[in-house]
Write a protein that binds this ligand. Structure first.
Ligand code: SAM
Length: 330
């Protein structure tokens, strides 16, 4: 069975990129009243504790979400959410420019999960620092839209159980289904959706090398069934041929289907191996990642460009920070 657990990675730089993009896309799609079907093919556990063992062990959130809320220009209400002893947080932003709208939206949404009362799905977090995964972010943005449907796929037995328990906390009657099934295979039977409006988030762990080919196969099939859906695929940027080829293959699929695409990438550190004080080789961890969106909202490029410019600067580890937002097929 898989060993990947998203709890180690929740709130890291990849989540910042992915969730900022997800929120901006969903804000746009929920402007229309027509029913929307949302699929999260790799959902994870739904909610994470950033002061829990997993997150503390990896320390990844400290270089992601937690570092962002410590920036000098954060509104005080957001900064005060950052809890205890968050170590090695460096302020990289010298100026006090306010957060770009998509970044502000992301920070406020995450912060809402940490208010003792309010609109967050996990209100009453009891002073613990909670980070919402994609299922709770999506649910948050679909609130009040009773005709929308959310399908969550999670294959790992422990995470699927936790996800079910977390989702059970939400209002009864919300139209959310948790499926302990393969998300790559599960999607096809629901496309096209009756309302002809859908968002698919495909966020595998890529623990298995075959995930890269499975993303392409799933997207090939999905675009044949429903070319006008909005599709969001997250991918790691690592020195591995499959990872390198994936965004190029997805752009080709979009262009063949005659659909526009947008690709956003965020790099926070060098991919080169380093050495510790004893001369041992140290792997850098994930240095960069990307999100490729097919049929992106027309507002997304400008929103992400402004947000990622600030995020890249704030999350830089060394001199290697970069971001890029490119698009095609319009
Ligand atoms: N989307 C989540 C978020 O943003 O909060 C994070 C998901 S995590 C990167 C990937 C998840 O996919 C893991 O929890 C893993 O157990 C699960 N998984 C792996 N292979 C899967 C498959 N074929 N179908 C469904 N879930 C799978």
């Amino acid at each position: 069975m898989f060993s990947y657990r998203h709890a180690f990675h929740a709130g890291n730089h990849a989540d910042v990129l992915k969730h900022t993009t997800l929120i901006a896309v969903l804000r746009h799609l929920t402007q229309k009243n027509t029913a929307l079907q949302v699929f999260d093919t790799h959902a994870g556990a739904g909610l994470y504790r950033l002061d829990g063992d997993y997150a503390q062990t990896s320390g990844e959130a400290a270089d992601g979400y937690l570092r962002l809320v410590q920036q000098p220009n954060m509104p005080p209400a957001l900064a005060s959410q950052a809890l205890p002893a968050i170590h090695h947080v460096a302020n990289k932003r010298p100026d006090s420019t306010p957060p770009a709208p998509a970044l502000q939206d992301y920070l406020e949404l995450v912060a809402s999960f940490n208010r003792s009362s309010g609109s967050g799905g996990s209100s009453g977090s009891g002073g613990h620092l909670v980070y919402p995964g994609s299922p709770f972010i999506i649910d948050h943005l679909l609130q009040g839209r009773d005709r929308d449907r959310l399908k969550l796929y999670e294959l790992h037995p422990t995470d699927a159980k936790t996800l079910r328990a977390n989702i059970a906390q939400l209002d009864a009657g919300r139209q959310i289904t948790v499926l302990q099934e393969d998300g790559f295979d599960g999607l096809k039977k629901f496309l096209p959706p009756p309302s002809r409006r859908a968002l698919v988030l495909c966020d595998p762990s890529y623990e298995l090398k075959t995930d890269y080919a499975r993303v392409v196969a799933m997207m090939t099939d999905a675009l044949q069934r429903f070319a006008t859906g909005t599709y969001m695929v997250w991918y790691p940027i690592i020195p591995r041929p499959e990872a390198h080829d994936l965004p190029r293959k997805l752009k080709t699929l979009a262009l063949r289907a005659g659909r526009p695409w947008l690709n956003a990438t965020l790099t926070v550190k060098s991919s080169k191996l380093g050495h510790d004080d004893e001369g041992e080789v140290v792997r850098p961890g994930l240095p960069a990642s990307g999100v490729l969106v097919i049929n992106p909202p027309h507002t997304l490029k400008a929103l992400l460009t402004a947000a990622l410019s600030q995020i890249a600067q704030a999350l830089a580890q060394g001199k290697h920070q970069a971001f890029e937002v490119t698009s095609g097929g319009h």
